[in-house]
Design a protein around this ligand. Structure first.
Ligand code: MN
Length: 233
């Protein structure tokens, strides 16, 4: 097969203790999975079912990067998130078996153009421009499920220039990892390489060029991001 031009490189993530890297397929993101964040957004958690948006792999960025201040926004926000990496196929799996599909976990940032999201919400329009753009899905190395242990009350925190902005625990998630994997698997054939960003706790806020974001989840490598100046043509 001859291709007309070189395809984009296969995005991948480092795995702690492995030389081989984790190739990334799709990036699912959960909305409103911490009640305190839903409240600060002026919304309520939907207890009937989780909801999602997706980011494409062009948004993937490894921890430690410096990214330009995002284009088209004046309110570029951080969202600290626990990320689930899928390692085996999952299609219509019950909650009780959903964890079998999980390969591991990572600390991530769901970078967001908040003003565009607010405008989209107000008009009932999609969130893509707010959520799915280059370098907006930041991720640290994956820790294998068996090395991390059970998802329980691990602390999840984020600082900007050393000042704490977000601080919560993983057991504050409305929908558990097993519930999210099971629910998504009723609508998608989850495949090895898929990621699920599981939502952010309260305390999201703006960043400006020069800010250094540092996120921690107990038991995982931290996620770091520096905001650079906006790109010029
Ligand atoms: Mn998010």
């Amino acid at each position: 097969m001859t291709l007309l031009f070189a395809p984009p490189p296969q995005p991948s993530i480092a795995v702690v203790g492995e030389t081989a890297r984790f190739p990334v397929g799709r990036i699912f993101c959960v909305g409103r999975n911490y009640a305190d964040h839903a409240k600060e957004m002026g919304a309520e958690v939907d207890r009937e079912a989780p909801f999602y948006f997706l980011k494409d792999t062009a948004s993937l960025t490894e921890s430690g990067a410096t990214i330009p201040y995002a284009r088209g926004t004046a309110d570029f926000h951080h969202e600290m998130e626990f990320v689930v990496a899928i390692g085996t196929p999952a299609f219509d799996v019950p909650v009780e078996r959903a964890m079998e599909a999980v390969y591991g976990y990572a600390a991530g940032l769901d970078m967001t153009r908040r003003d565009l999201q607010a405008a989209a919400k107000a008009k009932g329009k999609p969130w893509d421009f707010a959520k799915n753009f280059e370098r907006a899905a930041v991720i640290a190395p994956i820790v294998k499920k068996e090395d991390f242990g059970p998802v329980a009350s691990q602390a999840i925190t984020l600082t900007v220039d050393g000042v704490t902005r977000q601080a919560s625990r993983l057991d504050a998630m409305v929908w558990s990892v097993a519930e999210l994997v099971s629910h998504l698997s009723r609508f998608y054939r989850l495949a090895p390489g898929d990621l699920i960003y599981t939502g952010t706790p309260a305390g999201v806020g703006p960043v400006v060029p020069g800010n250094r974001i540092h996120g921690e989840i107990a038991g995982l490598p931290p996620v770091d991001l520096t905001i650079g100046p906006a790109e010029t043509v």
